[in-house]
Design a protein around this ligand. Sequence first.
Ligand SMILES: [Mg+2]
Length: 184
Amino acid sequence: MKPFYEKTIHTKPIFQGRMISLQVDEVELPNGQTSTREVVKHPGAVAVMPFTTDGRMVVVRQFRKPLEKEIYEIPAGKLEKGEDPASCALRELEEETGFAAESLQLVTSFYTSPGFADELLYIFEATGLTQGKVHPDEDEFVEAQLISLEEGLELMAAEQIHDAKTVFALMYWQNKRLKAQLGK
Ligand SMILES: [Mg+2]
């Protein structure tokens, strides 16, 4: 198999923010020609699928500026430098929803937008939830809500669940239920 590697000839830093940086890389293509790639560097993030014992999942409603709309998402947050993804997941869950989890399991990880960003997202399943107090970041306005799978699918159809990690969570949940019904 022929590798499709793109060698970086030059990196031009454009912007360094609190969370992300943007750079434009000049690259040599596999056919020898050159092109440019606009790349966002991101520290990585975690998301949690918190399942309650009565068969519901915790989502948070929040306004997303890039989309100019409110959506429902599973709790998530970016990794601090050197932070362990599991402890970050427990922290974000508690901050945004007030729930503490007894058990946390890594389900998978995926790149959210490989076309322009290196953000890697770890997704955990949290169970054994106990309700405590919410304490979101100063500039974070979120509201936790418990939804059934059916309500989640309705929210997705209405484009109120409209991001990749939460759509993944619904598909994971649907699959989990199907397996339980089939006794697997
Ligand atoms: Mg968050």
